[in-house]
Design a protein around this ligand. Structure first.
Ligand code: HSE
Length: 314
């Protein structure tokens, strides 16, 4: 049997309301799986993709996991054949960082297969090469960082690859409501205003700073007061059917805060305890169902560990 490794990398919620492109956290579930296998040929090839309904390119340089893998092997000058299988476990264009999860799973699997023992910062550099394919302009590192580092992160700078893990309350849970529409990240970035007023800036960075403090101090009221987005949510939420009703249902049922996950359309709510998260999921689904918005809801804890190796054959 040829040497092979399978890795899992988690979905992520980014922006977290106020922190466009800088705040994010990883979910326990779902996540993508990538298998990398030595095949005795030359170069990289994508052998199989499941769970994408044929929507994702099988060409190495046009696929996020493929591009991340090629940047990895080029860096170390590895020329032997490696085949890649990608198993997508979440919808595409959901706002849950699926492309980042595949790119991270690919580089984590390669690191184990080739026993390179790269640090996270180096793996991040490779994964970001893949993520570039989805950005449509200025690079953002929040999904890759949350997925690769696990827990709650601040992506302070993409240029400097400065990622900071911050502490957060252990009983923090996330409810996700995924309305069944697809939103393309690059389109969702293109519609944003290019300039903001100083007044909006001040309100927004006040919230980011307070949210980080609230998480680290485990101050739920402060988290709740700061999970507000005056800049991005008003623009994008207009494209998510039932957004205001679904958000209000979450807040009326005890959510600490609620906003768009990444570039949408998924809507996330934070709460204290799994029971609260379940109740909020029911309320968000009721609101969506009443409006005839097809949806699914799930809850997850925050994933502290980030990606993991599922199996290794060698
Ligand atoms: N921060 C990015 C955005 C995440 O909101 O566009 C994309 O999933």
């Amino acid at each position: 049997m040829q040497k092979e490794v399978t890795a899992f990398a988690p979905a992520s919620v980014t922006n977290v309301g106020c922190g466009f492109d800088v705040l994010g956290f990883a979910l326990d579930d779902p996540g993508d799986e990538v298998v990398v296998r030595l095949n005795g040929h030359k170069g990289l090839a994508i052998k199989n993709i499941t769970g994408d309904n044929g929507m994702i390119s099988r060409e190495i340089e046009k696929n996020t996991a493929g591009r991340a893998a090629s940047s990895f092997v080029n860096e170390i000058g590895f020329k032997e054949g490696i085949e890649i299988e990608i198993h997508k476990k979440m919808g595409l264009g959901t706002g849950l960082g699926s492309s980042a999860a595949s790119a991270v799973a690919a580089v984590v699997a390669l690191d184990a297969l080739l026993e390179t023992k790269f640090d996270k910062r180096t793996l991040m550099k490779f994964a970001l090469e893949g993520e570039k394919l989805t950005c449509g302009g200025r690079m953002h590192a929040d999904n890759v960082a949350a997925c690769l580092y696990g827990g709650f992160i601040i992506a302070r700078s993409v240029d400097e690859l400065d990622i900071i893990n911050i502490d957060y309350p252990d009983d923090l849970y996330c409810t996700i409501l995924y309305p069944h529409i697809v939103m393309d990240t690059s389109d969702m970035r293109r519609i944003l205003k290019k300039d903001i007023s100083l007044a909006d800036g001040v309100r927004q960075w006040g919230n980011i700073a307070a949210m980080v403090a609230g998480l680290m101090k485990k101050d739920y009221k402060l988290i709740s007061r700061s999970l507000k987005d005056y800049i991005i949510e008003p623009v994008r939420s207009a494209l998510i059917p039932g957004f205001n009703e679904i958000k209000n249902a979450a807040l009326d049922n005890g959510a600490l805060g609620c906003s768009i996950s990444g570039s949408g359309p998924s809507i996330f709510a934070l709460s204290r305890s799994g029971n609260n998260a379940e109740k909020i999921a029911g309320a968000m689904q009721n609101a969506a169902n009443k409006l005839g918005v097809e949806n699914e809801a799930f809850i997850s804890g925050i994933n502290k560990a980030g990606p993991r190796i599922i199996s290794k054959n060698f």
